[in-house]
Design a protein around this ligand. Structure first.
Ligand SMILES: NC(=O)c1ccc[n+]([C@@H]2O[C@H](COP(=O)([O-])OP(=O)(O)OC[C@H]3O[C@@H](n4cnc5c(N)ncnc54)[C@H](O)[C@@H]3O)[C@@H](O)[C@H]2O)c1
Length: 327
């Protein structure tokens, strides 16, 4: 039986990728060291191999035991701030780990790859809509490792015929089910939830950007839509040969921080007025995807609204913080 190997499939995004593929009838096997992921994120019927992609013996065993059609690689250290403090750890995990995985794929004759990249590869783009041709200038070691990962996959494409799709995710939030929400407080949605739960006003980092309401504009996308993009990518790779492509995965629509906070207060029933504090260094004014290439070429579109995204994230938050619901 042919399977897709999902490396990092017990993590936040990976578990949604596994669910989307499994629900669509694909055979999936997960490899994850559970360093940030969790066993309960993987459906019971999906085999979970607990192991490290840096360990070539583990990888050899996985490729021996399973007839792997292709690999989705989501493994990475993901925290931008941490990457500034611990760049070598990020390079080791995100670049060396991926190199070891690619070498194992080469040895096993596996030639299909979907790679998790990120809009962070663009850095501070000064354009209205970011296309895949917008120059990349990552601002952090994390963003650098994501870009190098794209290059590694493309080099494998040229050297030994790896078919590759790089997916550059924009601002991901939400969950397909409450227990699948991201438990970390790393992006605006949980940051605002955290403030509201503590009875504090949400923070806006600067309102003097050159955007319509002065606050930063981002492209928010529901994690279930990110997951369905992977399903579309794996099916495209099944049909196509000689492919090395990179796609933005976003809604193609921007929302300002102030607008997102309005959606959050509407969904949660909390009414705190935000406070404006200083800009954060390195925050670009606007990062919105041109998402037309992935729509045109993979037939993928985002199906969930920002309200769905926030509401699903809020359900997960309240599961872990029952005190968060307004009286
Ligand atoms: N979360 C976002 O907003 C976002 C945005 C853009 C791109 N990405 C990318 O998406 C991918 C998944 O991110 P996430 O937010 O789900 O993070 P996550 O930490 O939830 O998922 C990573 C998974 O990889 C596993 N893992 C870590 N090191 C491993 C190793 N050496 N061997 C095997 N498994 C290992 C972890 O246990 C975890 O299950 C990453 O590549 C990240 O760079 C995430």
């Amino acid at each position: 039986m042919k399977v897709w190997l999902v490396a990092g499939g017990a993590g936040y995004i990976g578990s949604h990728v596994v669910k989307a593929m499994y629900d669509a009838g694909e055979n999936v096997v997960v490899l994850d060291d559970l360093s940030t992921g969790a066993e309960h994120n993987v459906p019971d019927r999906v085999p979970l191999i607990v192991g490290n992609i840096l360990d070539e013996h583990t990888l050899a065993g996985v490729f021996e035991d399973h007839q792997v059609e292709g690999v989705v690689n989501l493994v990475a250290r993901t925290q931008v701030g941490e990457s500034v403090e611990l760049p070598l750890a990020h390079y080791h995990q995100n670049v060396e780990g991926f190199r070891v995985l690619l070498a194992a794929m080469q040895r096993a004759g596996v030639r299909k790859l979907v790679y998790s990249s990120s809009a962070s590869v663009y850095g501070m783009p000064d354009v209205d809509l970011v296309t895949e041709d917008t120059p990349c200038a990552p601002m952090s070691p994390y963003g650098q490792t994501k870009l190098i990962g794209e290059w590694l996959g493309e080099a494998a494409h040229h050297a030994f015929g790896m078919d590759v799709i790089n997916l550059r995710y924009f601002n991901v939030a939400g969950a397909a089910a409450p227990h699948m929400t991201d438990k970390r407080v790393l992006n605006l949605v949980p940051m605002v939830f955290e403030k509201l739960t503590a009875g504090l006003p949400p923070e806006i980092f600067g309102d003097d950007y050159s955007t319509p309401d002065g606050t930063c504009v981002r492209d928010y996308i529901h994690v279930a839509d990110i997951a369905s993009a992977h399903l579309a990518a794996t099916r495209f790779l099944r049909e196509q040969h000689g492919v090395a492509r990179t796609f933005n995965v976003g809604q193609g629509r921007g929302l300002s921080v102030r607008e997102l906070i309005e959606v959050i207060t509407m969904v949660t029933g909390h009414t705190a007025e935000p406070v404006v504090t200083a800009r954060r260094p390195g925050d670009p004014a606007k990062v919105v995807a041109d998402a037309t290439p992935i729509q045109r070429e993979l037939g993928w579109t985002a199906r969930h609204s920002v309200v769905d995204m926030v509401a699903s994230a809020w359900q997960g938050w309240c599961l872990r913080h029952p005190e968060a619901r307004p009286a």
